[in-house]
Design a protein around this ligand. Sequence first.
Ligand SMILES: NC(=O)c1ccc[n+]([C@@H]2O[C@H](COP(=O)([O-])OP(=O)(O)OC[C@H]3O[C@@H](n4cnc5c(N)ncnc54)[C@H](OP(=O)(O)O)[C@@H]3O)[C@@H](O)[C@H]2O)c1
Length: 248
Amino acid sequence: MAGKIAGEVVIVTGASSGIGAATVQELAKRGARLVLAARRADELTQMVEGITGNGGEALAVPTDVSDQAQLAQLVERAQAAYGRIDALVNNAGIGSGKALAQADIATIQRTLDVNLVAPILLTRLVLPGMLERKHGRIISVASVAAHVATEPMYSATKFGVRGFTVSLNRQLRGSGVTASVVSPGYIRTPLTAGRTMRMPGPEIIARAIASLIERPRREVIAPGYYRLPIWAEEIVPWLLDRALPRNR
Ligand SMILES: NC(=O)c1ccc[n+]([C@@H]2O[C@H](COP(=O)([O-])OP(=O)(O)OC[C@H]3O[C@@H](n4cnc5c(N)ncnc54)[C@H](OP(=O)(O)O)[C@@H]3O)[C@@H](O)[C@H]2O)c1
């Protein structure tokens, strides 16, 4: 598939909002056949109507990614509709704002399930078909928080998803299937609605995801200026110990 997206079958999780919705629009513009997954069925249906109204192909599969049976059903419905899956964008994710000492166990478990377990299980479900066809792209949306430790639960899941994806890419070398990470900094979406700083819109990440499907690389950090805090975490972590807000 190097160099082209037109006609490729792509599953996007977290498609109902923010980065996932922007990715769906970007890939639809480039002619992908899309499978939209998230819990909010109405949003997905509306997006599918928009795409098919413009002559594109898309399917809405309402899915709670923390439910294993629904993940299996998502893959089955994509296969039934399009016969194969060429790319998976593991994008669905939730924040975990509270200090760990105040977080309830159910929220901790949910953060792990949505942000980390779901991308691993969904990748496991689509991988055999991709390996058989020697053709596939796994793209996982991590975060700058996968490099710079910020909130314990969020960073735990994002470090995890990044480690999973980078090592999977090594395991898959030479197979025709690749795994890539996108690590966004702060992006203007409902997830960051409470923040007052200036942020780029989700289109910048959508374009990074599309470019990784066309030309796979290990990782894209976007916007690029977030390389500075990532570098600082590696070289002078004590500086970030002082600079980052405490939240006990
Ligand atoms: N925005 C940022 O600054 C930023 C920075 C770094 C990384 N990220 C990552 O980027 C990804 C997308 O975030 P966003 O900023 O676009 O946030 P968002 O606008 O809140 O979108 C999150 C998406 O995830 C879906 N989702 C949440 N729980 C789900 C579940 N149990 N099952 C299925 N779908 C679920 C939501 O859909 P439903 O509610 O319809 O289920 C929604 O489509 C996340 O992984 C996030 O961690 C974001």
